[in-house]
Design a protein around this ligand. Structure first.
Ligand SMILES: [Zn+2]
Length: 88
């Protein structure tokens, strides 16, 4: 079943507004991504760089051999397919 942003806002209004948002594994919500105007993705994985193909942000993944996922391309990416954000 799909949930729209409007429905999610209504659902969340019933919860403690000062509570911390986590997933089922207690990982904290990190960011929101708008995809093509029709999908909004909530992620708990930090941004680690940019996609060499489309330039969108890529995020950490636990998939073996693929360090990153690009939600815009909707694909897991190999190391050579991304440019990591330089650590400061
Ligand atoms: Zn991409």
């Amino acid at each position: 079943m799909s949930t729209t942003v409007k429905e999610l806002i209504k659902l969340l209004s019933n919860y403690n507004q000062d509570s911390i948002v986590v997933n089922h594994e207690n990982e904290e919500f990190v960011h929101l991504i708008s995809l093509d105007g029709n999908r909004t993705k909530i992620s708990v994985k930090p941004k680690i760089g940019e996609c060499n193909e489309c330039g969108s942000s890529v995020h950490q993944t636990e998939v073996i051999d693929y360090p990153a996922v690009c939600t815009n391309c909707d694909e897991n990416k190999y190391e050579f397919e991304i440019t990591r954000t330089k650590e400061k």
